[in-house]
Design a protein around this ligand. Sequence first.
Ligand code: IMP
Length: 428
Amino acid sequence: MKKDLVILGAQWGDEGKGKVVDLLSADFDMVVRYQGGSNAGHTVMVGGEKFVLHLLPTGILHEQAIGVVAQGMVVDLELLVKEIEELEKKGLKVWDRIYISDRAHIVLPYHKVLDSLFEKKGKIGTTLRGIGPSYMFKYGRKGIRVCDLEDPDRTYQLIKENIEFVSDLCEKVYCENHRLDAQEVFEKTMEHYKRVKERVIDTTRLILDFRGRVLFEGAQGTMLDIDMGTYPYVTSSNASALGLSNGTGLPPKYFSEANFWAVSKAYTTRVGEGPFPTELKDATGELLRERGGEYGATTGRPRRCGWLDLVALKHAVEVNGLDGIIITKLDVLDAFEEIKVCVAYEVNGKRIDHFPASLSLLQRVKPVYKTFKGWLKDTRGARSLSTMPSEALEYIDFIQEYLKVPVVMLSTGPEREEYFWLYEPAWK
Ligand code: IMP
């Protein structure tokens, strides 16, 4: 049976999806990115060499896989060309394996101008890659799709109108001058388009007609989902499973047989602003950051760190209909005498077991913790269950019992081979 796989982020992004997708995609014939854009930063270590992918599906590092940049993405063509070229320089053939959706929207310099401007009032802590404004233009029906670039006159007209609109907004509302040159933006856009043009197709049809196994790679994480995350401190796409259908153009039924897995760290991190109930602003949080190397792959910003939040993780299990969880970076906890896990929230003495929608409520919740004894043993690079300390297994058992979903795999280091299965899937 053709069993497709969906890999999602269960937290606020940066869960280690890059590494997990990289090692799993060895078994897949097609790898698909379908939401977000260059805000993502998927880091993979192969043989000591570091690869950071922003727009391409991570699975493209496996040469048997066809890569798809699907319609739900907002694509910065300049960065896409650069990313492909960099991989080609490292000896990977990408141009003849990558397909770009004709329906994907493109990110243009005026989106980035707006991203910076919006950040000055009501900071979200975005990656400044123009993601939110690109989706604003898409849903405001002022966006430019890849297929539109086939009509240069129309493209020029749209760019000109959009630049006029953005410039007026900058001047009249923000009292700033950011008048971009429409002709220059147009020419550069067409230059980048020429580079990718041969690879542009209807990717929905491509996937529908494909007979091999497909891996769908979510970017960011469920808690950053525009509808199900900590709105407004979220990204501007459906980073949960909700984004699969609109992001690919495939009917929801297409995914009925797929496996849905999500990746979670053994603790929690987030970058940017917004609620984070288990955040630790003390030496323990600092130790997590240092041991985990918690600095953004796209922006280099230090990540906020805290204990594992099972209320949020349960939300991810429910929203995504998860079949399994993959836990990464358990070894970061090796140095802690005590490890805490949030099992509920409390507000004014009232216990809350479900992740609330309300921002003001989320800002007031206090985590209720269960405390575990740390294992104080080195688990980095562990390759089997039998070598794991019993305290670490107790921690993992508790997570799966709470979530009622199996932990299928443990990732124990950044290199491809540093992992082991707890429940090996049937296809292995
Ligand atoms: P944007 O996606 O650049 O608009 O940023 C919105 C929020 O999502 C900010 O808090 C970002 O830090 C966060 N974010 C966006 N992409 C990622 C990611 O790949 N990993 C983690 N956080 C992200």
